[in-house]
Design a binder for this molecule. Sequence first.
Ligand code: AHR
Length: 499
Amino acid sequence: PRPRVTLHTDFRVGPVDRRLFGSFVEHLGRAVYTGIYEPGHATADEHGFRRDVADLTRELGATVLRYPGGNFVSNYRWEDGVGPVSERKPFLDLAWRTVEPNLVGTDEFLQWAEREGFEPMLAVNLGTRGVEAAAALVEYCNGEAGTRWADLRIAHGRAEPYGVHLWCLGNEMDGPWQIGHKDAHEYGRLAAEAGKAMKLVDPTVSLVVCGSSSMQMNTFGEWEQTVLSYTYDLVDHISMHAYYEELDGDRASFLGSGTAMDRFIDRVVASADAVGARRRSDKKITISFDEWNVWYLESRFPGETNLPVQRDAPRIIEDVYSALDAVVVGDLLVTLLNHADRVPVAALAQLVNVIAPIMTEPGGEAWRQPTFHPFATTARLARGEALDVRVDSPTTTTTRHGEVPLVTAAATHDPETGALALFLTNRSAEPVEVDVEHLGLGVELTEGWRMVADHEAAVEGPAHARKVVGSCWSAVDLGADVTVVTSGGTGRTRTTVAL
Ligand code: AHR
């Protein structure tokens, strides 16, 4: 039987928070230097930021931008990155063994984000630093005139507070690779004290406590519960990070990555709710999925560890994506939308050059990787409420995730405009037709968008990467990601979509 998707606008998951379409800019490789910032570039604005990259970021639909790390933040002294640029000193970032020139720091980033209309999400260093530096940074960013750090910001030429709302309490503190790595009790205590001080500086801030770096961590689950036992009443969100890749030619498992993400979210929600239940609390902790993407981490990254110290924005983890990767990214977005009630914030890691949808050449062009397209389309179309979509699909058994559905779906309905958007993924190697039952809705297909994977698309180098963007729309091969937008009116109740 044909897979069937059933939806009704009365069956809802919850509102889609625009912050679900966030991304991430870390001081890593060429994300900042020759990524968002390159004075002297033909498109650079008066502040040295590349206009072509800012325009593509807007076209991507990115809302929130997380900064400045990532692993980088765990040994970052934010004070070194503020004040007159000529007086700033380079420092050796131990996370990526790269010399950080400190030409871009908190003020440059926040002012760029403000000019371009992106919401910043800042991380504080809870690796090598602690309560005092975290509270000082909140005051520097958000404080009114009359106290030390706010006055320093004003002396640096910025009178108005930035009003940064979202703050990460460190990054991946469960990871042994993290500079200043801690166990769950050490981190939980520190996060609670740092968060307390940050809220005393600015009670309006919203805090993200570190969850596990991945579901594969030995401490997964225990970590979430311990850390939340210290911070439950203080924080709003717990972070999740996950990267997926095709390993050992196991395409079926790779295409089933969305199911792994789905289970990961369910487990973190269960862990958080268990802490809430023990406390008899009505508060619900939500998730900031602030690093997610396809990343060829295990298969390609090992050669890049223990690098000699690098300078001048080295090319680090500049994965070139295929259309197959784009189908998986589309499917991961389907998963995130289906959890809209518990995942209000997420960040595609990262934005530019580093495992990114946008690539640049120093002094040259900026272009879109294949993964750009499902993100941009979903960010543009997924509006209003996420619907509780029922999917009746055949399944397949995968080596890594067991049984997974071959067709996945998410849908949104915007009560203001009446627009209904449907996102479907075909994870199989064969074309499929899907029946879409939209109960009680008169709908008409008004816009179709189709992305088809081409397994030949994994190629090296920027010139080829540009070609892939063009070819991935036409090669019918491994799977498809289709978006159909419908709006009220014709009285039809069924649409068949070919994937
Ligand atoms: O996004 C790249 C790196 O992945 C980040 O710095 C870190 O948080 C994660 O391990």
